[in-house]
Design a protein around this ligand. Structure first.
Ligand code: ADP
Length: 449
């Protein structure tokens, strides 16, 4: 195992990784910007190093400073968490060249999956069902129109280098195509520095269902079931659950096995998520994330497997502690992403938390980096914590979530907790009857009322 792990992240995920390290007896190093001096991950780590001023580019994305922190502290591995440098192939490469272990997949696999055109081609080759669309990138309007006519409108134009739900444009007919295509290209160019785009069939009312996988890097790999992340706002997940309310056991096993086989075929190492849109009983691959996901706890709750512990084991060369047969699903879990944002306008609400009381009791987990008296800096993502609830059935899980939400108090700032209190008693949510557009429609209707 590692001598010392440096955690190149902040907030709840830095704490999550720290906890896994501590249970394995591995000392941890926190890195932080000057805005995060009082953050919980800094307080709890064995050592901490300030790596720069508040802007992420100068701190959490600053490879040079992070490498220097490794050098000073003697850390022999880095866990990148999610976001920041977690899907940066160059970072993985630099670490390798300096004999520091990147706790994640190979630079090569990050690169392949980071280019969505290549990722899709790879998925197709590995036997994963993909969304119908262009074979590769599309560079001119004529080709774009031809491809769209072939697959049929509506279509979605997506940036090859896209991420975070950005860089996508829908065209409903040929008349809309010209503008959508050029806007998508120029937005992709300015947002990602790469204007390659590709075209896909636009699915009207799909669910977002993703499969958690783990590879041992030696040709072994397993799946840990699916998560349903269909409740989204601006293509960003808001509420995630496992198992999916719409998937039967046979379909679960089938898609799980396809993904596990793909991981084995790739020789993939560590945690990954194969994301699909699901419509009328069919799965369509959209992308693979080569890192730990925000929503990983729902999988942990129904499998009782610590995914960060497995990541550390695999990266250290110890292999997975479980086989496919050991993965037994039990009960239902739901996660709510709690943001420091106004629950109706979604305007960020940084500032000081004057009173904080998280919920507790059977089946309740709160992954958060905040505490009473803590001031949320304005420089970063507004996710301040996740409430994860586990119960024997979905119905029991919803009731427990309702109870836990009622107990949760965060004063001094605005949070999205009131939104979840509304959602948890909504008949469509109770029935599990929602697609990826449900939440946007719900919010728009509420706005009008
Ligand atoms: P990102 O990497 O930016 O998250 P994804 O490819 O994962 O991009 O897509 C994000 C979201 O965009 C999906 O969860 C879905 O809501 C929507 N989306 C993507 N592709 C399609 C499609 N072909 N049809 C309909 N919606 C789509």
């Amino acid at each position: 195992m590692f001598k010392k792990v440096l955690i190149a992240n902040r907030g709840e995920i830095a704490l999550r990784i720290l906890r896994a390290c501590r249970e394995l007896g591995i000392p941890t190093v926190a890195v932080h910007s000057t805005a995060d001096e009082t953050a919980m991950h800094v307080r709890l780590a064995d050592e901490s190093v300030c790596i720069g001023p508040p802007p992420s580019k100068k701190s959490y994305l600053n490879m040079h400073e992070i490498m220097a922190a490794c050098e000073i502290t003697g850390a022999d591995a880095i866990h990148p968490g999610y976001g920041f440098l977690s899907e940066n192939a160059k970072f993985a490469e630099v670490l390798e060249a300096h004999d520091i272990t990147f706790i994640g997949p190979s630079a090569e696999h990050i690169r392949i999956m980071g280019d969505k055109i290549e990722a899709k081609a790879t998925a197709r080759r590995l036997g994963i069902p993909v969304v119908p669309g262009s074979e590769g990138g599309v560079t001119d309007e004529e080709t774009a129109k031809r491809v769209a006519a072939d697959i049929g409108y509506p279509v979605i134009i997506k940036a090859a280098a896209g991420g975070g739900g950005r860089g996508m444009k829908v065209a409903r007919n040929e008349a809309e195509m010209s503008q959508a295509f050029h806007t998508a290209r120029s937005e992709a160019g300015s947002a990602f520095g790469d204007d390659s785009v590709y075209i896909e069939k636009y699915l009207a009312k799909p669910r977002h269902i993703e499969v958690q996988v783990m590879g041992d890097g030696k040709g072994g790999g397993i799946h840990l079931g699916e998560r349903d992340c269909s409740l989204q706002r601006r293509h960003q997940k808001v509420w995630e659950e496992a198992p999916s309310p719409v998937l039967g056991e046979a379909d679960r096993q089938k898609i799980g096995q396809i993904c596990a086989k793909a991981v084995q075929g790739l020789g993939y190492s560590g945690a990954g998520t194969v994301e699909f849109l699901w419509e009328d009983g069919e799965f369509y691959f959209i992308e693979m994330n080569t890192r730990l996901q925000v929503e990983h706890p729902v999988t942990e709750m129904i499998t009782r497997i610590d995914l960060v512990n497995e990541q550390l084991r695999v990266a250290a060369g110890d292999g997975l502690s479980v086989t496919q047969e050991d993965v037994i699903f039990s009960g239902h879990a739901i996660e709510c992403r709690i943001n420091a944002e106004h629950p109706e306008t979604f305007i960020p609400s940084p500032g000081k938390i004057s009173y904080y009381h998280p919920p507790g009791g059977l089946g309740v987990r709160v992954d958060s980096g905040v505490y009473q008296g803590y001031s949320i800096p304005p420089h970063y993502d507004s996710l301040i914590g996740k409430l994860i609830v586990h119960a024997r059935t979905r119905e029991e899980c919803l009731r427990r979530l309702h109870r836990a939400l009622d107990e949760f108090v965060v004063d001094g700032i605005e949070t999205t907790l009131p939104l979840f209190r509304d959602l948890v008693t909504n008949p469509d949510i109770e029935a599990g009857n929602y697609d990826i557009h449900w939440l946007e429609k719900y919010l728009a209707a509420r706005q009008e009322a």
